[in-house]
Design a protein around this ligand. Structure first.
Ligand code: SF4
Length: 367
C-alpha cells in the first residue's frame, strides 16, 4: 500500500497499523505527514476544539526500593540516610495543599518497600478517603501491586480487589517503560517483566478500574521494541473492549531524561539516549496512529517542556496531562519542568489554539 493511502486509511479508522507498517512509517514518512495523519485521527476520536488537563499532585509516599532500576535517580535502598516513608500527617498536608489549588486527584506512587504490607496500604487509602472523601485516588503501578502481592503471598487480583475496596479509584500505567523483556532485562533486570505488568493491568480491567498506559523511550532500544510494546498494550485493550471493560483510557509517552553517561550503564556505550524534539513528535504521532483503541493521548510537558508539548497537540495528543503540584521522579533525573499552575496550563493550551477543559481521571469535564 502506498504511504499516503496507508496513513489515510489509519487516520480514518479503515486500517489497523501493524508493527512492520509502523516501522516503515517511522523510517520513511516525513514528520509533517505523520503529524497531519495523527491529527486527523485525533479529530475523529476527540474533536478539534478541546484539550483536557487535570489538577493533581504526585505524592511519592516512599522512596525506599529494593528493585535497583539502572535509570532511577529517585529511589534509596532500605536503611539509606535519605530514605523516607511519609507520615499520615505529611500525606494529609500535601492533599490539603492540593485541594486548596483546585486539585481533584492524588497520584500516589512509591518504591518497592520491603516492609510495607497490605495493611499499611489499606490503612493509608482508607484514612485518605475518610479525611478527603471527594479526592480521586489513582494509586501505585503494576510493579508496586505485584510487590505488595509478593510481600503478602497473595495473588495480584486479590490484592487489587482489597485496595479497590479501601478506596483506590484507578491504577496508573507507571513502570511500563518499554514492555519488551529484552530491554527490561537490560535496564531494570529486577523489575516486573512484560507479562506480569500486563497481568496486573488485566486484573485491574476485570475489576472495573480506570487505568492508563505509558511508554518511556530512549533506552537505546530499536524502533521495533517500541512498536512491539505498543502492540501489547493494544492487544490488552482489545481484551478489555471484548469484555466491555473500560481498560486503558489514555496513553502517554516520554523520553528518558538522562545524560549520555547512562549509555554505558545500559550496555550502550556512546549511544545517544532519550529523544530530541523531532523523534519525540514522530513517535507521538505514531503512538496516536498505532493505538486505535485507546481514546486519549497525552502530551508530556514535564519531560519535553511546555513548548514542545504544545506542538504535540498537533501530532495526535488531546490531553496536556496534569499540573503535578509536586513531582520527584523525573525531576530527580534532571528534568527542569516539574510543576505548573492551572492558569499557566490553561494559557499554554489556549496558545496552542484549543479550549482548555479541566477533567477528572475518567476524562469527564469538571467545572
Ligand atoms: S523505577 Fe520504581 S521500581 Fe525502579 S528503582 Fe525506581 S522506584 Fe524502584
Amino acid at each position: 500500500m502506498d504511504r499516503q493511502e496507508l496513513l489515510s486509511r489509519v487516520a480514518e479508522g479503515r486500517h489497523r497499523l501493524e508493527v512492520d507498517e509502523a516501522l516503515r512509517l517511522f523510517e520513511e514518512a516525513g514528520l509533517d505527514e505523520l503529524g497531519a495523519a495523527a491529527h486527523r485521527m485525533r479529530v475523529r476520536l476527540n474533536g478539534d476544539q478541546d484539550v483536557t488537563y487535570l489538577v493533581d499532585r504526585n505524592v511519592n509516599y516512599t522512596n525506599v526500593c529494593i528493585t535497583d532500576c539502572k535509570f532511577c535517580e529517585f529511589y534509596r535502598p532500605p536503611g539509606h540516610g535519605e530514605a523516607y516513608v511519609l507520615s499520615r500527617a505529611e500525606l494529609f498536608q500535601k492533599i490539603r495543599e492540593t485541594i486548596a489549588v483546585g486539585g481533584t486527584r492524588i497520584l500516589l506512587q512509591g518504591g518497592h518497600h520491603p516492609e510495607l504490607d497490605l495493611a499499611w496500604y489499606v490503612g493509608t487509602l482508607r484514612a485518605i478517603k475518610a479525611e478527603f472523601p471527594g479526592i480521586e485516588l489513582n494509586a501505585f503501578s503494576p510493579s508496586e501491586v505485584e510487590h505488595v502481592a509478593q510481600v503478602e503471598g497473595r495473588s495480584v487480583r486479590e490484592v487489587l480487589a482489597v485496595l479497590k475496596g479501601a478506596g483506590m479509584d484507578g491504577l496508573p500505567g507507571g513502570g511500563g517503560e518499554i514492555l519488551d523483556d529484552e530491554i527490561r532485562d537490560r535496564v531494570s533486570p529486577k523489575k516486573q517483566k512484560t507479562e506480569a505488568w500486563l497481568d496486573v493491568m488485566r486484573a485491574a480491567h476485570e475489576l472495573g478500574m480506570v487505568t492508563s498506559a505509558s511508554q518511556v523511550i530512549g533506552f537505546g532500544e530499536e524502533p521495533r521494541h517500541r512498536f512491539q510494546a505498543l502492540a501489547r498494550v493494544r492487544d490488552l485493550q482489545d481484551e478489555a473492549d471484548a469484555r466491555g471493560a473500560i481498560g486503558f483510557l489514555s496513553f502517554v509517552m516520554w523520553p528518558l531524561q538522562y545524560e549520555s553517561r547512562y549509555g554505558e550503564v545500559f550496555g550502550r556505550k556512546g549511544q545517544r539516549l532519550g529523544a530530541d524534539r523531532a523523534e519525540y513528535l514522530r513517535h507521538a504521532a505514531l503512538c496516536r496512529l498505532f493505538l486505535d483503541n485507546v481514546r486519549h493521548i497525552g502530551a508530556s510537558w514535564p519531560t519535553m517542556g511546555p513548548e514542545i508539548a504544545m506542538e504535540a497537540l498537533a501530532y495526535g495528543a488531546d490531553d496536556f496531562g496534569s499540573t503535578m503540584l509536586e513531582e520527584n521522579v523525573v525531576s530527580s533525573a534532571g528534568s527542569t519542568y516539574t510543576c505548573m499552575t492551572e492558569d499557566s496550563m490553561r494559557d499554554f493550551i489556549r496558545r496552542a489554539g484549543y479550549r482548555p477543559v479541566k477533567r477528572d481521571s475518567s476524562y469527564l469535564p469538571i467545572s
